[in-house]
Design a protein around this ligand. Structure first.
Ligand SMILES: Nc1ncnc2c1ncn2[C@@H]1O[C@H](COP(=O)(O)OP(=O)(O)OP(=O)(O)O)[C@@H](O)[C@H]1O
Length: 332
């Protein structure tokens, strides 16, 4: 959005805490997008400090506290990763660029009676970057990131769950943020459970109703490894579905080059592609970090084929034993 437009919005939001905060978040997002990370960081700090130690009635409140009852299942996470660290397919890069564009020009769309896509479902095997992507996405937009552990939310507070869900959604409506629901399939499972007729089913249905009705100030993102377990009633509540896949040959090679970009190495990534096919990004991360560690322990020799092969053997051993034990190959 043009700077002048933002300034106008900032001024007209005077005295309206939520609006003011949203506009400042947009300004921070603009600065981050332009690569002005230091300025963006300092603006964020100022925003977080607003009202601290002041006796005046500050026009903006600090980040809204989430409900006390929710602390056991919602955690605020400070995004640490950058887009450069996240490996995404070309298709997903385009998809996210489009969603970010809509968010940044939301007013323009609203003026035409159109909504931005703000409820996203991430599907894909473990370790393919669903959580990391949600975090990076929040960081890019300058929105606080909240991780909701859905299994805890749904199962541990029966009796109070409905209230907790309502409070969580009320929070997401007032506080522009990325609210990330992990293991969303837990919800589908509870819904399908044939023996479950009582409260749990009601709780799950009320959660779905909230998802349907909410117009979040930021984004609601749900992630699942088991897309097949979600029924149509769940799919249709999301504005967009994003698929995360295991890396293909090209992505494996690109990952290795990126992972070893800051270390001396003579490794040719291309020759490891076959052995690494079927690995998730999480496994690639573990293998490459292990290889780097071995090179340091050997006296900073640089990463050699020997280091990488040793890390690979260890990963294959772990995967084989986990498969025997019944764990999914990519979840180890
Ligand atoms: N696309 C990716 N690009 C770069 N690194 C990745 C990617 N996906 C995963 N990783 C690495 O693996 C780690 C775990 O990934 P993440 O938790 O995002 O996976 P996930 O898909 O959410 O898994 P789960 O379904 O088990 O929750 C990340 O912290 C990162 O180090």
């Amino acid at each position: 959005m043009a700077r002048g437009e933002l300034m106008k919005k900032l001024i007209t939001s005077y005295g309206r805490d939520d609006k003011f905060r949203t506009v400042v978040e947009q300004i921070i997002g603009e600065e981050e997008r332009k690569g002005n990370r230091v300025l963006a960081g300092s603006l964020r700090k100022s925003l977080d400090r607003l009202g601290e130690g002041s006796t005046q009635t500050a026009p903006a409140s600090k980040l809204l506290p989430f409900p006390d009852e929710a602390r056991d299942f919602i955690q605020r996470v400070e995004p640490q990763r950058t887009p450069a660290e996240l490996h995404l397919s070309h298709e997903n890069k385009e998809l996210f660029a489009g969603i970010i564009r809509e968010f940044r020009q939301a007013d323009r769309l609203h003026r035409h009676g159109l909504e931005v896509r703000s409820k996203l479902l991430f599907c894909g095997p473990p370790g393919t970057g669903k959580t990391m992507c949600a975090e990076v996405f929040a960081g890019e937009l300058g929105l606080p990131f909240f991780h909701v552990r859905l299994d805890s939310l749904v199962s541990s507070y029966l009796g109070e769950t409905a209230t907790n869900i309502r409070k969580t959604f009320e929070f997401a409506r007032r506080q522009p943020c990325v609210l990330f629901f992990d293991e969303f399939d837990a919800l589908a499972r509870s819904r399908e459970e044939p023996t479950e007729t009582g409260e749990l089913r009601r709780v799950v249905n009320s959660l779905l109703m909230f998802i349907e009705q909410i117009e979040p100030g930021g984004f609601l993102i749900a992630a699942t490894n088991l897309a097949g377990q979600l029924d149509q009633a769940i799919w249709r509540r999301f504005d967009e579905v994003v698929w995360f896949d295991l890396p293909n040959a090209r992505m494996i090679e690109a990952y290795l080059r990126h992972a070893f970009r800051n270390v001396a190495t003579s490794i040719d990534p291309a020759i490891y592609i076959d052995r690494l096919t079927g690995c998730s990004y999480a496994e690639l991360a573990r293998i490459t970090q292990q290889a780097i560690k071995l090179s340091i322990l050997d006296g900073n020799t640089g990463v050699t084929d020997g280091h990488l092969r040793s890390a690979l053997r260890n990963s294959e051993r772990r995967r084989a034993r986990a498969c025997e034990g019944g764990a999914g190959a990519t979840s180890v």
